[in-house]
Design a protein. Structure first.
Length: 122
């Protein structure tokens, strides 16, 4: 497994963690303390901001999980990958996107630039 794959797996572990305590632990493992996250709907920084953002997404889409589509692609300290938000009940995926992450020397994420490719009602 490459450092890119490892970082992306930890990213999805954070987004799919259940409960605030588990989410906080997964965020700490995946992101630096001062990490930033920006997409068309959100802009947050730090572990607390990420935990709140992830918790809100989990509340909005109960019974869904984030899953990668395809393999991560990276160079230097940058990684890009695509994902879907998938219903565990029926496999539907109403939301999809692509993210670019930057990595610190320790392999944790310092920033996320997210793009939404498919959203409900759009």
């Amino acid at each position: 497994m490459t450092a890119y794959d490892d970082a992306v797996q930890r990213y999805f572990a954070a987004w799919n963690a259940s409960g605030e305590e588990r989410t906080a632990k997964a965020v700490a493992a995946a992101f630096t303390e001062d990490a930033t996250y920006t997409d068309p709907l959100a802009e947050v920084s730090g572990h607390d901001g990420l935990v709140t953002l992830i918790g809100g997404a989990r509340q909005q889409f109960p019974g869904f999980e984030f899953r990668p589509t395809g393999a991560p692609d990276g160079h230097h300290a940058l990684v890009r990958f695509s994902w879907e938000l998938v219903s565990v009940a029926d496999g539907s995926a109403p939301v999809a996107g692509s993210d670019v992450i930057a990595l610190a020397d320790d392999g944790r994420i310092t920033s996320v630039s997210g793009f939404l490719d498919r959203v409900p009602g759009a």
